[in-house]
Design a protein around this ligand. Structure first.
Ligand code: LLP
Length: 424
C-alpha cells in the first residue's frame, strides 16, 4: 500500500499536492513518499521477525542517498554492485558490516575498497573472482567473508532481461561447480571465510513457486557443503519479489516470508534478502507536464517534458506504468501515446493509453516510478536529469537538485593543443 492518491480532484503525495510540488520544484520531478518507503521496509522486515535475518536493500533500484538514509536509520543493510554504490551507502550513514557486494565483474580496486570498509561479505560469481578476492584479502592481511552465488537453474517466469537464475544467464555458478569451488577454497584459499550461500533468480517475480524451487535447491546445497565441513551461516535469497504495476497480483511480503520460513525450517542460518523494487517501486511517481498534444490520422500523441532518458523502463522492457491526471478534469475520453521529446520512436512512456483530454500545461503523474527509473536515467539528448523530492507528511524536501546545463558538461575538456587558436 502506498500513500499517493486523490483528495477531491487533486492528486497528492501524502499530505502535499503534486501540483504544488511541480510548481515549486519544476517538472519533470520524481516524488518519493517517506511514509511509503518506511512502511514497505517494515513489511519486509516483519515478515522475518521470528528468525535471524538481515534485509539488505538493493541500492541499484533507487540509489538516492536520502532514500538510503531512510533505510539505514531503520537498521537496514545494503546490497551493492559497485564501489559507487558502496560510496553512496557510506555517505548515507549505512553500515558496511551489514552490506553485501554482488555482481559478475568486480574489479580489483572495488574488491579492495569493499574489504577496507569491512563489508559483511562478497557474493562471488565466478572461480576467477573467488581467487581475486583471496589474493586481495591476502595482500590486505584480511579475511574476506564470502558467499558463492549459485545459479539454481530456476525459471523466475519474468521478463527475459531480468531473469538471472537460468543456466543461460551470466550470473553465478552452477550448483555442481559451486560445490567444487567451496571445497577447493576451503583447502586452498586461506584468506576467505566461506560463510554464505547466495542465490538471486530474477526480478519482478509475481509467484511463489520459483522462490520455492530455488529454496529447495539451495537448502540441499547447504546440506552437501556442511557434510564437506563448510560451516555455512548465511543463506542469501537475493531480491526479486514483484509489485503491482497494472494487474499483477504478487505475494505480499508476509506470504513470501511464510514460504521462506517453511522451506528453511531447522536450517540454522541467518537469512539475507536483497529487496529493491518491492520496497521502493510503488513509493515514487514521476510528475511531468504536457508540452503539446497532437492528433495524427492514426494516433493521438501527448508530448510530455519527461522522456525515455528520465524513465527508461517502457522503452527498454515495454513496461506498463499507470498514468494519472494530477488534476482530474473529466472522464477518460482520449486514447493516446504518451511520448517524450527525444528523437527516437522508442521514446514513449505509454502506448494507446485512455486518459482524460489533456492540454498543454496539464500535469500527469507516472506511477510506480520509485524503482529502476531515476537510477537508470541518462542525459541522452543532453537533457538535464530531473529533480528528486521526498515528501514527509505535509512537507516536501528536494533530495536531488535538478541538473543544470553546467552539470551536462561537467568533466568535459577542450584541450588547447587539440584546438590551437590563432595565437598558439
Ligand atoms: N540482488 C541482485 C543480485 C540483483 O541483481 C537485483 C536486481 C536485486 C537483488 C534486486 O532485485 P529486485 O528486488 O529489485 O527485484 N532494471 C530492471 C530490473 C533489474 C534488476 C536487476 N537486479 C527493471 O527496471 O525492471
Amino acid at each position: 500500500m502506498h500513500f499517493f492518491g486523490y483528495k477531491g480532484k487533486k492528486f497528492y503525495a501524502e499530505g502535499v499536492s503534486v501540483e504544488r510540488i511541480a510548481k515549486e520544484a519544476g517538472t519533470p520531478v520524481f516524488i518519493y513518499s517517506h511514509r511509503t518507503l518506511a512502511r514497505h521496509f517494515k513489511a519486509f522486515e516483519s515478515a522475518f521477525k521470528k528468525v535471524p535475518h538481515l534485509v539488505c536493500y538493493s541500492v541499484k533500484a533507487n540509489s538516492n542517498t536520502a532514500v538510503l538514509k531512510t533505510f539505514a536509520s531503520m537498521g537496514g543493510g545494503f546490497d551493492i554492485v559497485s564501489a559507487g554504490e558502496l560510496f553512496r551507502v557510506i555517505r548515507a550513514g549505512g553500515d558496511p558490516s551489514k552490506t553485501v557486494f554482488s555482481g559478475v565483474g568486480k574489479r580489483d580496486e572495488e574488491i579492495e575498497y569493499a574489504l577496507k570498509t569491512g563489508i559483511l561479505m562478497l557474493n562471488s560469481e565466478s572461480p576467477q573472482e573467488l581467487r581475486a578476492i583471496d589474493r586481495i584479502a591476502g595482500r590486505l592481511k584480511k579475511k574476506a567473508g564470502v558467499a558463492i552465488r549459485v545459479n539454481p537453474d530456476v525459471d523466475p517466469l519474468t521478463h527475459p532481461y531480468i531473469s538471472t537464475g537460468l543456466k543461460e544467464n551470466k550470473f553465478g555458478v552452477e550448483t555442481e561447480e559451486a560445490v567444487r569451488e567451496y571445497v577447493y577454497a576451503k583447502e586452498g584459499l586461506e584468506n576467505l571465510d566461506l560463510i554464505g550461500v547466495d542465490c538471486h533468480i530474477g526480478s519482478q517475480i509475481t509467484e511463489l513457486s520459483p522462490f520455492t524451487d530455488a529454496l529447495k535447491k539451495t537448502r540441499a546445497l547447504i546440506g552437501v557443503l556442511r557434510k564437506e565441513g563448510i560451516a555455512v551461516r548465511y543463506l542469501n535469497m537475493g531480491g526479486g519479489l514483484g509489485i503491482t504495476y497494472r494487474e499483477e497480483n504478487p505475494p505480499h511480503p508476509s506470504a513470501y516470508g511464510e514460504e521462506v520460513l517453511r522451506q528453511t525450517r531447522g536450517l540454522d542460518v541467518t537469512l539475507i534478502f536483497e529487496p529493491g523494487r518491492n520496497i521502493v517501486g510503488n513509493a515514487g511517481v514521476l510528475a511531468t507536464r504536457v508540452i503539446y498534444t497532437k492528433k495524427g490520422s492514426r494516433k493521438n500523441f501527448i508530448i510530455t517534458d519527461a522522456a525515455m532518458n528520465d524513465l527508461p523502463r517502457p522503452s527498454l522492457y515495454g513496461s506498463y506504468h499507470a498514468i494519472k491526471p494530477v488534476v482530474v478534469s473529466g472522464p477518460a475520453d482520449v486514447v493516446a501515446d504518451v511520448v517524450g521529446p527525444i528523437c527516437e520512436s522508442g521514446d514513449f512512456l505509454a502506448k494507446g493509453r485512455e486518459l482524460p483530454a489533456v492540454k498543454p500545461g496539464d500535469l500527469l503523474a507516472i506511477m510506480s516510478a520509485g524503482a529502476y527509473c531515476f537510477s537508470m536515467s541518462s542525459n541522452y539528448n543532453s537533457r538535464p536529469r530531473p529533480a528528486e523530492v521526498m515528501v514527509k507528511g505535509s512537507e516536501f524536501f528536494v533530495i536531488r537538485k535538478r541538473e543544470t546545463m553546467e552539470d551536462l558538461v561537467r568533466g568535459e575538456v577542450l584541450p588547447r593543443r587539440l584546438f590551437p587558436g590563432k595565437g598558439d
